[in-house]
Design a binder for this molecule. Structure first.
Ligand code: FE2
Ligand code: FE2
Length: 176
């Protein structure tokens, strides 16, 4: 278990309110599958989404905003179809690259698997988290939180500009 996973586990144990909000999502087999999707070198998509959800929940709660939507939207913001690394060998048009399409895929999957949890606000949180790469800005303050927290938690990536094209899906994986 990594340090990040230990921290997540500890937080969930101590925060029943948070766990009650996200429990049906965390137990879903489609979400559990994301433990095997790599987000970046040292972190799965599952862990990444969980940490974005927890930090967004904490911030929204601190500010007296809608922490439930922040927790759910954060957890589902990268609920896209396939590990993006899998398709790096396929030539795609610019606007079809992972960075541009995955938020839309995530919103569709969220509505498909968790229709009872998806409000217009949660949908907006998921769809707009890639602003400014996806040019329409977030509509709700909770959408802004998730978008910011997502960028903050991906700072390791931001620190290595050389890696950006790879993460946005602009260059091919050497293995393929
Ligand atoms: Fe994303
Ligand atoms: Fe993300």
């Amino acid at each position: 278990m990594t340090r990040l996973q230990k921290k997540i586990e500890q937080f969930i144990k101590l925060n029943k309110e948070y766990y009650d909000i996200v429990e049906p999502i965390l137990k879903h087999p489609e979400i559990i599958k994301r433990k095997d999707f790599i987000h970046h070198e040292s972190c799965s998509v599952y862990d990444h989404c969980l940490i974005v959800s927890i930090l967004s929940y904490i911030w929204a709660k601190k500010l007296g905003w809608d922490y439930k939507s922040a927790a759910i939207g954060g957890l589902l913001h990268d609920f896209y179809d396939e590990p993006w690394q899998k398709n790096l060998h396929i030539t795609k048009k610019f606007h079809e690259k992972h960075g541009f399409i995955h938020a839309r895929q995530a919103a569709k999957n969220a509505a498909k698997y968790f229709p009872e949890l998806i409000t217009e606000k949660v949908d907006n949180i998921i769809r707009r988290h890639m602003f400014p790469l996806n040019i329409i800005p977030p509509k709700y303050r909770e959408s802004w939180i998730v978008s910011m927290v997502d960028k903050y938690t991906s700072l390791d990536i931001l620190k290595s500009p050389k890696e950006w094209p790879k993460y946005l899906g602009f260059i091919r994986n050497k293995q393929n």
